[in-house]
Write a protein that binds this ligand. Sequence first.
Ligand SMILES: C[S@@+](CC[C@H](N)C(=O)[O-])C[C@H]1O[C@@H](n2cnc3c(N)ncnc32)[C@H](O)[C@@H]1O
Length: 307
Amino acid sequence: MSDVRADGKQKDVKGSPLSEIGRRWSLVGKIFRDRQVDRKHLSADSSGYAEQSSTVVFESFQLVKSEVVEEDNSECCWKRHWLSINANGDKGTNVEREVSVMVRHLTGPIMFEELLKFNNTGNVCVWPAEEVLAFYLLKSQSKFTGKSVIELGGGMTCLAGLLLAAAVKCDRVMLTDGSDESISNLQLTLERNSHLKTQDVKSRLLRWDYVEDESFSDLKEQFDHVISADCLFFDEFRSHLAHTIATVLKPRGEALIIAPKRGHSFDDFVSICRSDRFKPLFSSVEVDSHFDAYIYKLSEYGSRSMV
Ligand SMILES: C[S@@+](CC[C@H](N)C(=O)[O-])C[C@H]1O[C@@H](n2cnc3c(N)ncnc32)[C@H](O)[C@@H]1O
């Protein structure tokens, strides 16, 4: 378990803050290695992947297309993302709905001091689970019309929540993360997206371990839907995340959490949600690795279990 210092930085009670940084580096390194394996698989299978890779920024599954449209300072770029939805699982051939947003995507090497900050995993890249979440939401658009939606741990783009807001007239969409860097980036992104169908779209810093603070009392039981992608791998935050979900959801609200299995992290989260502590709060906790036939095919292919 970790505690949080007065300055907001984490300190591992088992070791020094430096050991925490080492843990993050090794996690990021491992994930990048995993992703390279996925890319090799993809390039072996999908014609066109190789020549696209010079402009591909983060698409692991090629569910969204991105194109750099504008440079922004030396270390970051504006990119335009086109999302193609495949209705019948026949990749790339049957575009049912297309929606576009501009996202500010941080690029460039990560500075050592950046890793000293709270958590920069959402500023390293857009992770495959976020792409899958976006794809899934856009396939299920009608479910969200007129509803209030909050994305937790959406990272520097909150791509899934943003694309949902672009495509659907929700009552409101709130894009959140625990990293200041991500939230500043999201603010700039929202300023560039005036065309979203949802009128009320905001970004906000939300740390799961602080959700009981007075400053978050306005979020209590406010949302019909929680969405979140790849937020389960930090041992010290899984129960805080479950608590945050229970706190912000309206009675009979629904949370959709997409994450790779990644060791024990997914199962651990499910156990927490099914534990005596959360039983009175979550009426059911369902795990579904076949939630979408097309995604299931991709995840099998990449040796990845999406649930
Ligand atoms: C692997 S990233 C995933 C980001 C994004 N969902 C994606 O898939 O690209 C995990 C995210 O969880 C956020 N996070 C981690 N611990 C958190 C906490 N205690 N409170 C709020 N956000 C947290 C990080 O800032 C980061 O953006």
